[in-house]
Design a protein around this ligand. Sequence first.
Ligand SMILES: [Ca+2]
Ligand SMILES: [Ca+2]
Length: 594
Amino acid sequence: MKNPHLQLMVHGKNIGKSELDFSQKSNLGIRLDSIQKLKNPNYLFLNFTIGANVKPGKIVFSLILGPTINIISIPLNQPVPGKGIKYARGINSTDFIYLLMPDRFSNGDPTNDHYANMRDTVADRTNPLARHGGDLQGIINHIDYFQQMGVTALWLTPVIENDMPLEKEPNGWLSGYHGYWFTDHYEIDKRFGGKEAYLKLVKAAHARGLKIIQDAVYNHIGAAHWIMDDPPSEDWINRWPAYQGTNHREQAVFDIHGSEKDKEVMEAGWFVPHLPDLNLRNPFLATYLIQQAIWMTQEFQLDGWRVDTYKYCDPVFMNNLNAALEKEFPLITAFGEATVNTVAAGAYFCRNNLNVSWKSNLTGILDFPVCYAMLEAMKKNHGWTDGVNRLYTTLAEDMLYQNPMNNCIFLDNHDMDRFYSVVGEDWSSFKMGIGLLLTERGVPHLYYGTEILMKNFKNPSDAMVREDFPGGFEGDPQNKFLPSGRTDSENLAFNYVSKLANFRKTSSAIGNGALMQYIPSKGVYVYFRYDKHQTILCALNSDTVSANLNFEDFSERTKGFETATDIITGASYPASEKMIIPARSITILELKKR
Ligand SMILES: [Ca+2]
Ligand SMILES: [Ca+2]
């Protein structure tokens, strides 16, 4: 590894009082730099330097405590070949991401649905808030489906162990089916199939050209995390005299007029009472998490990261983590979940062109401002800054990002009302949304089920937008993975997504080209994606009357082209004439010189 340092945290009753013997011959080339002890006698931190010529093998040492001798042996594996570049390839704007929740997608192995020795022993599909039994084998079983759809990367909600109890709360049940409540950072949840199934999934996905994005949470842990039973020191957790929730106001982090108090509450206040907030300024904890991220990336040959609750994390820690990953894996990317309403706020949390005292080094963000703007383009009448003009004005502020192409764009996710419901189950709006998603700048992600018109609002709870994929579970009356199991309109939706996504896969202009957008006129928004090989014209008519598209109005980009081919229908039009863009539609054309 490029970083030769390794910190081992040893945990055991009074282990901090033991004597260390590190004289074993197998440790040749491994230097023990220091031993650190804390007030809590149950921990010992050992700092090693792994010499450049050390052979794969083991780090072996003994801890002698009275009459007891503990011999500890830590495997030191050969690094994965490829110098951190042949794998960990990163996610970029040529990719099309499919976001899914393993518990809700497909149950490929009913033998792992529940374990008697875990806190939550329930797998019950009749309870929307309980675990349902979906797993990694279920995902492996549907790689064909992703490929048909034109997906190039899978983002799974977290796969780390969530050994949290199923609890009855006044507002319903609480269970860790979604994966965001870690209880052991070094375990893959065995109800998903454990490490073996995860390795199998990565291997199967890579063999078919699909990348894997892991979902990380650094802001908090589940209250049942093993560290909570015996914290190395009290300050691993942000503690308050009485419960203090975060204020959720990202402004408090960057506001030049803001107070330290508000900032402290934002970053160190808890997300909810059952998720202890991690003190990422503690150097031992920071090293623990950074080493875990490096280990995961290599062990499972991950391609990219998505980071949950990014804006609530200590920014210095996040920069150190991003830099440490990039040092080992130069192509790796991460996009942070920063739920913000403005471009300036989004830019603050990733690589930006802002003149600010602290600069983030994050590759990109989940682009909420563009998401909200795309939804408004379909839902709201156009006004000076409303409707489709909001999308135009939002993208016009891309100057604040170092590279807006690194941002991830989307129509909904597991924390939002489902897109098809948001647009009133309107087929025209659906096509406009998918058309925008797959042609606008950035890395698009689709939330599972959108392609088969899954719907719902988050009422009464998030579980309503996290329903099981029909056909993913034994005994499902329909199998919507197959055309025969889908209704006509579901097939139309799937085929529309698939057609555009597969076109996008081969389109250099959409994958890597520039964006040029024109000021919308009467609700018609025309933009181009282009590079020296290809020019794509997109015309979104958000109005309720049809409009004329005159190619000459956009001569900066249309000059020299003779035909325009609709990439959905295949029909060609002369680029010398006007074209009709029907009301409430998007037309996507490839311009050609005959
Ligand atoms: Ca299962
Ligand atoms: Ca926090």
